[in-house]
Ligand binder design. Structure first.
Ligand code: ADQ
Length: 457
């Protein structure tokens, strides 16, 4: 039997046009191995088993249903009100609850049983993201000895912050059930190794992998990327100006899910300060596209109000009859329009306080016209900054630093813009979506298999 790839992620594509590196990269990898993609059904329901088939542009994926309680306690609760703020260094926003944790463990156990019922011994299983930290440990308890890999799309948490979990010792145990743990950056790998160094149950092997009780895990970085050609083609397409009659003279673009990790309030404040000192006669705009996410969570309601207030205040202070400095669009927009907006922008601002990688930074670079490229302002706390050192790196906590970056970006001579763009583009091409998936799977397939465990009778 050939070895299939079984991919597991909370969200699976269900009919919408493919977008984002993960979908593109996984689709190719799955097509090559005749594999399966398993994730949560877009509609809630009563956890009917077995897995349901779901159609997606000619592909069939398998979906499990989350109940309303799963959605509130597992997804919005433990995943997005405990693990997300923990990994994004906002421990103050953690909403601890025993019910959240119990539901998180229960959903992982249920998904584990479903996967175990369809996996063949030679299949390779690739689990994605913080929704499923314990999944491999559930699969091992069910007797699976398959090669199982895990990729964390968000930052690896700090050792000290893990103490907020009710059973911090479970965290290293969960990861140790994977043969391979993939992280976005070398800094993430360093943080992960620090966790193992502090754990007396772990031992480091000569090849750098970690032996934890009877299991061996490789921990490596695989920076995720985008489908460069696809985005570049969409950006350069000959189509009407997306602004129509209302085209701004020169603008900064920001594109983010409306999340507190993206540092948007300080991006706005710094733009306000830049407006105060901008060259006379210039009328720059900040075009911010920030669709809502996780709106049921209080911290997301708070950031939504905060941004509306700042945007309203700045427009009130600076707008003129024929100029509105902040154009804030609180919804999703079509990807082809997005790509063209990136190409039209003079500057892109990525100001995350923590971010696994940040694909928007890579999309902006890919969309530029190399003959007259725009400038990327990039937070040093985004994973993308580890390799894209020729962007204008900023500290998102320091408003003066970001104000100065806007000034430099708008005033930057063509030669410097081209040199920085060439260097960033080299990184974007070297770390594209296809090579990310290929490299992860090559390392996973080469991992030492896990010995079958005694299945409790
Ligand atoms: P996200 O936090 O969602 O991803 P990001 O990497 O920027 O952040 O990816 C967002 C994607 O959604 C981009 O492709 C972007 O173009 C698209 N998008 C955002 N707003 C949009 C809009 N209004 N309309 C259309 N498309 C929009 C998580 C981690 C990141 C990590 C990725 C991938 O938080 O750090 O880079 O996973 O691993």
């Amino acid at each position: 039997m050939p070895s299939r790839l079984i991919a597991v992620s909370n969200r699976i594509p269900a009919g919408e046009p493919p977008s984002g590196g993960l979908v593109v990269a996984l689709k190719d990898a799955l097509a090559l191995s005749g594999g399966l993609w398993i994730g949560a059904h877009p509609e809630t329901g009563t956890g009917r088993e077995p897995l349901e088939e779901i159609q997606d542009n000619g592909n069939t994926h398998l979906a499990f249903r989350l109940s309303e309680d799963d959605l509130s306690d597992y997804y919005l609760g433990y995943a997005n009100s405990v693990l997300w703020p923990l990994c994004h260094r906002r421990v103050d926003l953690i909403d601890m609850s025993a019910a959240f944790e119990a539901r998180y463990r229960a959903v992982n156990a249920r998904v584990g049983r479903m996967i175990a019922s369809i996996a063949r011994p030679e299949d390779v299983i690739w689990v994605h993201d913080y929704h499923f930290f314990p999944l491999a440990s559930e699969l091992r308890a069910l007797g699976l000895s398959n090669r199982i890999g895990f990729f964390l799309h968000i930052p690896f948490p700090e050792l000290g912050s893990l103490s907020v979990l009710s059973q911090p010792e479970d965290f290293s145990d969960w990861l140790a059930s994977y043969n391979l743990v993939g992280l976005q950056t070398r800094a993430d790998v360093a943080r992960c190794l620090e966790v193992y160094r502090a754990d007396p149950r772990a031992e480091f092997l000569v090849d750098g992998s970690v032996k934890f009780e009877d299991r061996v895990t490789e921990i490596r970085s695989f920076p995720i990327g985008i489908d460069v050609e696809d985005f570049r083609t969409q950006a350069a397409r000959d189509a009407p100006d997306p602004f129509g009659r209302a085209a701004p003279e020169s603008f900064v673009i920001g594109v983010d899910r409306l999340d507190y990790s993206k540092g948007i309030p300080n991006r706005f404040r710094a733009f306000g300060r830049y407006l105060e000192t901008r060259p006379e006669g210039s009328y720059p705009c900040l075009v911010q596209i920030a669709p809502p996410t996780r709106e049921q969570v209080q911290a997301y309601q708070d950031i939504t109000s905060e941004l509306e207030e700042i945007a309203g205040h700045l427009n009130g202070a600076f707008a003129e009859l024929d100029w509105v400095p902040i154009r804030y669009i609180h919804r999703s927009i079509d990807r082809t329009v997005l790509a063209r907006l990136h190409r039209r922008a003079r500057v892109c601002a990525v100001t995350s306080i923590a971010d696994g990688m940040n694909l928007v930074a890579k999309e902006f670079v890919a969309a530029q016209d190399p003959a007259d490229p725009g400038v990327l302002i990039l937070s040093r706390f985004a994973g993308a900054a580890e390799d894209m050192t020729d962007a204008l790196l900023v500290n998102p906590y320091d408003i003066d630093d970001m104000t100065e970056a806007y000034r430099r970006a708008f005033a930057m001579p063509l030669e410097e813009r081209q040199a920085r763009h060439t260097a960033c583009m080299e990184v974007v091409q070297r770390t594209d979506a296809a090579s990310w998936a290929k490299q992860f799977l090559a390392v996973l397939r080469a991992c030492v298999p896990t010995l079958p465990r005694q299945v409790p009778s």
